[in-house]
Design a protein around this ligand. Structure first.
Ligand SMILES: Nc1nc2c(ncn2[C@@H]2O[C@H](COP(=O)(O)OP(=O)(O)OP(=O)(O)O)[C@@H](O)[C@H]2O)c(=O)[nH]1
Length: 233
């Protein structure tokens, strides 16, 4: 489902209060072509898109999930990997972010090498250490078990994830290798569950973070920051 960020809530009505849930902005970043669009599509719509084009600016997709009886809405920001399609908008991407998904392609070591630049971009845009980070190695269906060359090994990725306090997943937005179908399909869902669970636990930190970011574009406003965190499903 596509949606716009400026989510209009109708907090005044009784019915909306009943279906009230927390909305979290999850930024998806990584090199062009690593599969951010396909992955967010899988995470939100449950299927691999038939046709994709390079993202221009940003696309939004949403997923509502139940975490221990509480409804949580993840608002995934699928950002453009190509510099020319993102440069004027970068600051906006990073405003009020609640979690970051760093995506690379397991068959493209260069995309793994770029992760340090993506981490640096986060730092430059004031993404604090407490903001949950997830590392996703995508396109695992293209892994060639007979040759390690030209691929990013899991140990290396895990060590990067540990060094940057990230939770690590390797998955395929497209399809699982035949012999491990159920396991790989679960992995995509595991990402959503892990993000939801982590965010649910982070409420206080995130609320403080929203306040901090309000200052970079607007005068900080406590009420608005709270409203951004709480919206209706
Ligand atoms: N085999 C395989 N192909 C994939 C997978 N995920 C994405 N692709 C393919 O990789 C290409 C790029 O996918 P996108 O989702 O557009 O990549 P992106 O990171 O969003 O690219 P930008 O929008 O340019 O930043 C497409 O041809 C997809 O079909 C995957 O898990 N396995």
């Amino acid at each position: 489902m596509e949606s716009s960020l400026e989510f209009s809530s109708s907090l005044g009505s009784a019915s909306s209060l009943l279906s009230r849930c927390r909305t979290f902005k999850v930024l998806v970043i990584g090199d062009s072509g690593v599969g951010k669009t396909c992955l967010t599509h899988r995470l939100c719509a449950g299927e691999f898109p038939r046709r994709v084009e390079a993202t221009i600016g940003v696309d939004f997709r949403e997923r509502v999930l139940d975490v221990d009886g509480e409804k949580i809405k993840l608002q995934l920001w699928d950002t453009a990997g190509q510099e020319r399609f993102r440069k004027s908008m970068v600051q906006h991407y990073y405003r009020n972010v609640h979690a970051v998904l760093f995506v690379y392609d397991v068959t493209c070591p260069a995309s793994f090498g770029s992760l340090t630049s993506w981490v640096e971009e986060c730092r430059q845009n004031s993404i604090r250490q407490e903001i949950p980070r997830f590392l996703v190695g995508n396109k695992s269906d293209l892994r060639d078990p007979r040759s390690a060359g030209g691929q990013v090994c899991q140990e290396r990725a895990m060590s990067f994830a540990r060094a940057h306090s990230m939770m690590f997943f390797e998955t395929s937005a497209k399809r699982p290798p035949n012999r491990r179908a159920a396991y790989q399909q679960d992995k995509v869902e595991d990402i959503v569950v892990a993000v939801g669970a982590k965010l649910k636990r982070q409420k206080k930190v995130l609320a403080a973070n929203s306040l901090a970011y309000g200052g970079s574009f607007k005068v900080p406003n406590k009420k608005r920051a709270e409203k951004e965190l709480w919206a209706c499903c």
